[in-house]
Design a protein around this ligand. Structure first.
Ligand code: HEC
Ligand code: HEC
Ligand code: HEC
Ligand code: HEC
Ligand code: HEC
Length: 407
């Protein structure tokens, strides 16, 4: 950051109240006001409209209300599963911290009374309040815009930090624009898209690990794109796809980034001198070029499935199998059982999710019944954000092959 802007900022700091570090926000209205993005709409209309459709605009509600339900479960477990939290973290703000630091980081600057109001709104599912609690422009372009504070200092109250523009800025409150290189770095997103969060927490949470997977797998495999490249630069902008409420766009993006290759052969295998076994052999290969494991994240039942079906030509089912690609976590007390949800997931038992550039190969051998010489093989690749809920299932690819043993 240029010293001149620091000086300008310091001067204006005296005159204009803003997001001052170290000063507790006393009421919910004040907190909402401080982060209100409506003034930005006037000049950044398109960005604002995109952001409103993104999940950053509803971090306590989520797609199909998923996030709210999990948050309710977490808050309600304060007196059951997590009852020792009453001793370890008597305050509500402290109790919510392991979720809120990513879902609504500005709450960490507010008073205990504000945290209690927010917890109540979560339990009541009070959307009038929850709709106002967002990861707004000001969270990303001010509060969380500077990561390396020993070098660059704290974000200044009336400065908007962007990837490029430096100078006087038209907004009434944020009158200066300064540059923060970090906005273009994956580390910026990692503030919230990272896990498991073991260090510095009284209770570790594992909501998401896209950053970790990106750093430790995608980059070592030769990947060169950043989070911003894939989620903002192309069609995304401030909409930050995927938005699991946009079915067409999600399926389209997934089919562009994940391939399904299928080979089939039909033949008579000869295991010994006398016998012939009529067989269909299916070789499938799923390849992802996504910049981290997929799926990931807190909607933990989410998975990619490969459904393989073999039928006769007139549709009689001969064989069916489903392969499941997803990270699988344990609770930490019971080694042999898989669990869901940020507040339960601990280490991985097994990870069958799609890793960048590594083909997931399956070989399936199906013996055909006596007299059957023709078969149809169907392979369907689907992303199921919520398995069994049709509006939360996204077709990726479907491949059909006819196999014949006749010459
Ligand atoms: C009166 C018009 C106006 C208002 C209101 C306004 N901006 Fe801007 N903003 C601009 C202009 C003009 C630029 C410089 C050109 C550009 O990058 O679009 C700019 C630049 C920026 C940049 C830097 C972009 C870069 O390339 O580095 C950010 C970030 C930004 N504005 C965010 C905001 C936010 C957040 C708000 C609301 C708090 C806001 N603006 C309100 C006009 C406005
Ligand atoms: C989740 C964080 C996040 C939120 C929320 C967010 N931005 Fe941004 N914004 C970014 C990042 C990161 C970039 C830089 C992208 C790049 O250059 O690769 C950016 C770039 C910009 C730019 C400059 C380039 C462009 O895309 O036009 C403007 C202007 C801007 N943001 C305004 C806003 C406004 C206005 C809002 C609220 C309506 C907002 N941003 C909300 C993270 C965010
Ligand atoms: C202040 C924390 C924060 C920052 C910074 C942030 N995000 Fe997010 N992001 C979230 C939260 C929380 C959600 C999920 C909201 C929900 O669905 O409950 C989310 C949702 C998303 C989603 C949608 C995921 C889905 O499951 O559909 C994408 C994509 C995304 N963010 C990408 C980014 C990228 C890229 C950056 C960096 C430019 C970034 N985010 C920066 C907190 C953040
Ligand atoms: C090479 C491209 C690429 C890079 C790099 C990349 N992503 Fe993704 N990401 C995707 C695609 C494609 C999807 C699949 C869904 C979609 O975008 O529609 C996805 C999915 C996600 C999801 C939803 C995960 C889920 O299981 O529901 C999140 C959150 C996300 N990315 C965040 C990030 C963050 C944060 C980074 C940087 C650390 C990043 N991505 C880097 C391409 C990329
Ligand atoms: C390290 C930051 C972080 C922490 C800690 C965290 N989350 Fe998340 N959470 C995210 C991000 C980012 C997303 C969206 C991207 C994704 O799913 O990968 C998300 C997504 C979710 C979703 C799924 C939304 C959907 O797409 O269906 C739920 C539910 C959720 N979080 C609940 C919680 C709860 C409850 C806690 C605390 C017990 C918590 N999270 C802790 C960052 C975090």
């Amino acid at each position: 950051m240029k010293p001149i802007w620091v000086a300008v900022a310091a001067l204006l700091l005296a005159a204009i109240p803003g997001v001052s570090p170290g000063k507790e926000v006393q009421t919910l209205d004040e907190l909402v006001q401080l982060y209100d993005a409506s003034s930005c709409q006037e000049c950044h209309q398109e960005v604002h409209a995109q952001w409103e459709q993104s999940l950053h605009a509803k971090p306590l509600i989520g797609p199909i209300g998923r996030t709210l339900a999990t948050f309710q479960g977490y808050v309600n477990s304060r007196d059951t599963e997590l009852k020792k939290s009453r001793e370890v973290a008597p305050g509500t703000r402290e109790f919510l911290k392991p979720c809120i630091e990513c879902h609504l980081p500005q709450m960490m600057d507010a008073s205990e009374a504000v945290a209690e109001e927010i917890a109540q709104a979560i339990v009541d599912g009070d959307e009038k309040v929850l709709n106002k609690l967002q990861i707004t422009c000001i969270v990303c372009h001010n509060r969380n815009a500077i990561l390396r504070k020993f070098r660059d200092g704290n974000p200044q109250p009336n400065v908007i930090y962007g990837p490029a523009f430096v100078g006087k800025h038209g907004d009434k409150k944020f009158t200066t624009a300064a540059k923060s290189e970090m906005l273009r770095d994956t580390i910026f997103c990692a503030q919230c898209h990272q896990g498991p969060n073991v260090q510095h927490y009284d209770e570790p949470m594992w909501c998401t690990s896209t950053f970790d997977s990106h750093q430790q797998f995608y980059v070592p495999m030769g990947g060169t794109q950043s989070c911003q490249d894939c989620h903002m630069s192309k069609e995304g902008g401030h909409r930050f796809p995927p938005n699991y409420q946009d079915k067409a766009q999600t399926s389209k993006r997934l089919s562009e980034w994940i391939d399904l290759n299928l080979n089939t052969i039909g033949y008579r295998m000869k295991p010994n001198a006398k016998e012939f076994i009529p067989m269909v052999v299916i070789n499938s290969e799923v390849v992802s070029r996504i910049g981290h494991r997929f799926p990931d994240g807190c909607p933990s039942p989410n998975r990619v499935t490969l459904d393989i079906k073999v039928t006769t030509k007139d549709g009689k089912e001969l064989y069916q199998e489903t392969k499941t690609y997803m990270p699988q976590h344990r609770l930490g007390y019971d080694d042999n059982t898989m669990v869901y949800a940020a507040n339960r997931k601990l280490t991985l038992i097994r990870d069958t999710s799609l890793q960048p550039f590594v083909p997931k190969k399956e070989t399936i051998e199906v013996k055909l019944p006596e007299g059957v010489q023709d078969a149809v093989v169907e392979a369907v690749l689907t992303f199921r954000q919520l398995p069994g809920v049709p509006e939360a299932e996204f077709p990726i690819h479907k491949v059909t092959r006819e196999v014949s043993l006749k010459r």
